[in-house]
Design a protein around this ligand. Structure first.
Ligand code: NAD
Ligand code: TYD
Length: 338
């Protein structure tokens, strides 16, 4: 089988390629990625010289490159996207181009080349925000209600993908997954930002009152969910994928990280809140459990500790990323936080 992975140099995409090539060593992988600030080929050095792995540098919104990359492909797994909510608030146009136009260009090529399966990797953020004090969760029937430019562009891409199933008969599947954590996550997202700031002796910025809730899933469990959907998922269907955490808020997550690193809670600094900040995400993953026998295998506490350990032992990886361009973003986002 020959798989085109888009965005394979990013956090989840690179974990997915490493996961896939270990398990299905005869499959061929083509990684199409334009290497934005969050794309990093170092994540893939383990497979760089594997004869079954090819890298193409290019944008998914470029029809010529996409047409070339799609030739001879059996399956597309589409990760490429601008992925950080805070950046989407500052520069939404880049999100529309990559996440919406890019997805449409890729879908057109998939139809033209009779791709056997097109899997779209999406997010729970398309569903909007839950209330803090009730037990509701998102599921496959929840109405879309995106509230950030990032979530709105991912929602648009989900709609496009479904429309290509209905209109052109493209054999699609979609996963809407909750917040991932693990190795190779760019240190602008909350968990790696907290870990690396503490390792650098800097404060950890916590937005607003810190009582925002996310549903955390270890990245390998997400990769396994995509694998199962590709193997056994029903064409045209959506699967919600989530973790094992129940109502853990950001402040509690940051405190756990501080405790693992043996530091003081005075490292926490409450900063200005994110505009339109979604209060809570929670996923009901019973459909993928019942139909495909998937469930998370990695507990939050144990794998948070392992993730902290990974950032401790891979300091050169993240130090380089926290360099010039990132410093400019950081200064604009957090002001003079030290
Ligand atoms: P990331 O920012 O770490 O990686 C994105 C990758 O896509 C990078 O390698 C980047 O270079 C590439 N890319 C961006 N725009 C591109 C373009 N126009 N053309 C080609 N390549 C481009 O993101 P991530 O956290 O790995 O997320 C991957 C996917 O998973 C995204 O679609 C995201 O919406 C989805 N998702 C992420 C999470 C999460 O918690 N991180 C949860 C659910 C779903
Ligand atoms: P993030 O990792 O950006 O993921 P998302 O916005 O996609 O959920 O943020 C996770 C949570 O952490 C979210 O509620 C925002 C909050 N947060 C902070 O409190 N401080 C920070 O510096 C960042 C980046 C996020």
């Amino acid at each position: 089988m020959k798989i085109l992975v888009t965005g394979g140099a990013g956090f989840i995409g690179s974990n997915f390629i490493l996961y896939w090539m270990k398990r299905y060593s005869n499959d061929k992988i083509v990684n199409l990625d334009c290497l934005t600030y969050s794309g990093n080929l170092e994540n893939l050095k383990e497979v760089a010289n594997n004869k079954n792995y090819t890298f193409i540098k290019g944008k998914i919104e470029d029809p010529i490159i996409v047409d070339k990359a799609t030739q001879g492909i059996d399956v597309v797994v589409h990760f490429a996207a601008e992925s950080h909510v805070d950046r989407s608030i500052k520069k939404p146009a880049e999100f529309v181009l990559s996440n919406v136009v890019g997805t449409q260009v890729l879908l057109d090529a998939a139809v033209r080349h009779n791709i056997k399966k097109f899997h779209h990797v999406s997010t729970d953020e398309v569903f909007g925000s839950l209330e803090l004090n009730n037990t509701n969760k998102f599921n496959e029937r929840t109405n879309y209600s995106p509230r950030s430019p990032y979530a709105a562009t991912k929602a648009a891409s989900d709609h496009l993908v479904r429309s290509y199933f209905i209109t052109y008969g493209l054999r699609i599947t979609i996963t809407n997954c909750s917040n991932n954590f693990g190795p190779y996550q760019f240190p602008e997202k909350m968990i790696p930002l907290a870990i690396t700031n503490i390792l650098e002796g800097k404060k950890v910025p916590v937005y607003g009152d810190g009582l925002y809730v996310r549903d955390w899933l270890y990245v390998k469990d997400h990769c396994r969910a995509i694998d199962l959907v590709l193997q056994k998922g029903k064409v045209g269907e959506t699967y919600c994928v989530g973790g094992l955490t129940e109502d853990i808020n950001n402040l509690a997550v940051v405190k756990k990280i501080i405790q693992i690193l043996g530091k003081e809670e005075s490292m926490i600094e409450f900063v200005k809140d994110r505009p339109g900040h979604d209060r809570k995400y929670a996923i009901d993953w019973s459909k993928i459990k019942n139909e495909l026998d998937w469930e998370p295998l990695h507990s939050f506490d144990e794998w948070l500790e392992k993730t902290v350990e990974w950032y401790k032992t891979n300091e050169s990886w993240w130090r380089r990323l926290k360099s010039k361009e990132y410093q400019e973003y950081y200064k604009e986002q957090y002001g003079d936080l030290d």
